[in-house]
Design a protein around this ligand. Sequence first.
Ligand code: BGC
Length: 574
Amino acid sequence: MSRTRTAILAALALVAGATGTAYTALPAAAAAASIPCTVDYTVQNQWDTGFTAAVTITNNAAAKSSWSVKWSYAGNQKVTSYWNSKITQSGTAVTANNESYNGTIATGGSVSFGFNGSYSGTNAVPTAFTLDGVTCNVDDGSGGGGGGGTGGGGGSDGRVDNPYEGAQVYVNPEWSAKAAAEPGGSRVSNQPTGVWLDRIAAIDGVNGGMGLRDHLDAALAQKGGNEEVVQLVVYDLPGRDCAALASNGELGPTEIDKYKTQFIDPIATILADPKYASLRIVTTIEIDSLPNLVTNTGSRATATANCDTMLANGNYVKGVGYALAKLGAIPNVYNYLDAGHHGWLGWDDNFAPAANVFKQAATSEGATVDDVAGFITNTANYSALKENNFTVNDTVNGTSVRQSKWVDWNRYVDEQSFAQAFRTELVSVGFNANIGMLIDTSRNGWGGTARPTGPGATTSVDTYVDGGRYDRRIHIGNWCNQSGAGLGERPQAAPAAGIDAYVWMKPPGESDGSSTAIANDEGKGFDRMCDPTYTGNARNGNNLSGALPNAPLSGHWFSAQFQQLMQNAYPPLS
Ligand code: BGC
């Protein structure tokens, strides 16, 4: 369903060079160069009442520091939302002006933007465009050619229901190399893991590492003739990680504008590049933030001043709404909102309130529930996937396991049952019925010699639960570099009802936080939950942290942890 009008660009046929990689313009290019500008207007996707279009302007005249493109519609098309330009419409006349961050176009350079529109009848492509008042390409009547293909197929908006189904998933070469360099690491180094955009600098690449475009280019190369999912983690909210310090971010609590213009907008520009339209881009949106607003604020014993600030100023909700709207407007992006895990939101006090906050965020800053493909649970956490040794309905000597110290009145004793139930709750508050869940199984394996082989003794609910539970943490609120953890289920599509995929969003072997304070320029603090000698706080019931010693900064390679994760993998590594 790709309709395109390339006009002048169509005449500028490009032919593959002898190597098949170099591209050479035919002589027609010389004629095109004398035209001040070309506009490529492509309808990328169209359904009965609406469409998505991508526009690329190429400037052949003097360099510009701002621009304004105009066209008129022959029909009743109306632009309804847009990205990477500010679009206004008066009757049939449309004006697209540059955003603050993409006003510059060098001679020979180009800029792309996109929009959604409504229409009825025929959605004819406009035939004339001006750039700063100068007429650009003239319709050559050829009807254009090539370009602008969209990925996927399936859903009426071009998205498939479950992006993982029938697709391979991008293997991050940087993580893969670190894993492969470990003894025994080649057993898992070809697994797909998340690419974390954890600060503005990560968009271009930190310390010579790969930036977002590098990853997307590498994904295109891996794709071959297959469908390919790329997994991104969007993680840089103002006042990030308000209940912990290990991943305190670079942006202060009030820096919402910087978040929008210097983080989300540039990411959206890259993801909207038609070059990447054939990839299925999965985003994990802002882990921990919205759950923190529910559980770590107000009169709760677990409240922190920083979380109260973020609740009061609204910048988590606004930031998430903006990210959803901006990224959700790109037809091949699938947004998954982070939804904590069962040991966080599984209590009655948290379950429904969390679903309501997600709905609030997903309907703010221009976002709608249609911008949400699903939710991800257990990101970078350690909650066991399926507990076979007891259920939440079991009793011991007439006492419910919900009264055990470990379960502590939670409704859920494992991650998968929580994810499925939370999906139902989310649909009941207004999310689409076809949302799917992801579960991060990177480090929830709990295999090895300490794995219980059957239920615990029925002396009391505590002996029963503690003797049987796979999750060997000291307390379910512990989250940093947990001692005894193993790799969990390998990434796979559609493993259970309502679950789009098991994923390794947290790259195994990357630390959750340093065991002692380490100076850095990454916005990382020192959280004592990563110190094995720390005796805890209200959020882990004042227990020992259970963290491995000698850990580096969050995100840095932690060889000893990676070795333990492989050793305790469940299912075991062969
Ligand atoms: C860190 C990020 C890192 C990510 C994945 C987070 O805890 O803050 O910097 O990229 O983990 O390892």
